[in-house]
Write a protein that binds this ligand. Structure first.
Ligand code: PEP
Ligand code: MG
Length: 318
């Protein structure tokens, strides 16, 4: 029996007017899938593959990766599972991908840049995912696998990754939007790939030029900042114009009121730590899409994060 069958089904994420907002889980290991399903995750919006290999000295083999990806996919039969390619560098170094000694690793050879410099590792990961997808489908327990690249800055990188994923037989490929350059060119980025997923953690770090792990500048790391919200708004508008999905997978989606704002800005799905699902689901159910748009407008019109939060709170309760 499937793990979800043991618990009462949780209603899918939706607004008061019935607009569906699928609520997905951020996961770092397949073993956490059952708990996420029990909390009502409708799939996975961000599987952080680098967490599997943080202590590895060498790049993982295709078969070692398949052993992780197959149980992950089988935990979400028929549902969306967005797997992120190894996001190595800065706060998450992998010894087999980050070989350079860099003074500013957050601005260095990280994410897709590092994978491209070690293309066989990227190819092995895509091979392992395609094989895991095929094997689980053959057993009748396949998921709807989407893959995405981290730390994408340019349209050219988007084109490169999407083509490479397709070459490996992956059906749905997209990119994370977590660098302001990619957010500003979201319409061009979305023209050459299938979907975008906004990483609000890094998008905030790079928009505010404040290291996300440095306590002395922690005050800047607030996704309520209207500068961040404006970037999300432009990505949301590009997604609507291109009729392509724009998810959110940064921690911002775990703040219920901010989740409503993000939907108002055009996010089509929200992915978060499973523990946050219930509160986000409850708040969304109390508001319509029109409400979300109004609340987002109020936040966008603010000068700073604190006033954006206060304005959104006032708009949401009026
Ligand atoms: C993000 O940057 O918002 C994100 C989801 O990725 P990570 O936190 O793993 O960098
Ligand atoms: Mg990130």
């Amino acid at each position: 029996a499937h793990a979800a069958a043991a618990t009462a089904p949780v209603t899918p994420g939706a607004l008061k007017d019935g607009t569906a907002v699928p609520l997905l889980a951020n996961l770092g290991k397949p073993g956490d899938a059952a708990a996420a399903v029990a909390l009502g995750a409708e799939g996975v919006g961000l599987f952080r593959t680098e967490f599997l290999f943080l202590s590895a000295d060498e790049a993982p083999t295709v078969s070692a990766q398949r052993a992780e990806y197959e149980p992950l996919l089988a935990s979400f039969p028929g549902q969306k599972v967005v797997v992120r390619m190894l996001d190595a560098g800065a706060d998450k170094p992998l010894s087999f991908l980050n070989d350079a000694d860099e003074e500013n690793p957050a601005l260095g050879l990280r994410g897709l840049r590092a994978l491209r410099a070690h293309e066989s590792i990227l190819r092995d990961q895509l091979t392992a995912l395609a094989e895991a997808d095929a094997a689980t489908r053959e057993r009748g327990e396949g998921a709807d696998l989407w893959v995405m690249a981290p730390m994408v800055a340019t349209v050219e990188e988007t084109r490169y990754f999407t083509a490479l994923a397709r070459e490996h037989g992956i059906r749905t490929a997209g990119v994370m939007i977590e660098i302001p350059a990619a957010a500003l060119l979201a319409d061009r980025v979305l023209a050459v790939t299938d979907f975008a997923s906004i990483g609000t953690n890094d998008l905030t770090q790079y928009t505010m030029a404040a290291d996300r792990v440095l306590g002395s500048v922690a005050g800047y790391q607030d996704p309520w900042h209207p500068a961040v919200l404006r970037l999300v708004q432009s990505v949301g508008a590009a997604g609507r114009a291109a009729d392509k999905p724009v998810g959110i997978c940064g921690e911002a989606a775990a703040d219920p009121l901010l989740a409503l704002v993000l939907v108002g800005l055009g996010a089509t799905t929200l992915s978060m730590a499973p523990a946050a699902l219930a509160d986000v689901r409850a708040l969304l159910r109390d508001h319509t899409l029109d409400d979300a748009g109004r609340v987002a407008e109020a936040a966008l019109a603010a000068d700073d994060a604190a006033s954006a939060r206060a304005a959104a709170r006032a708009a949401a309760s009026s």
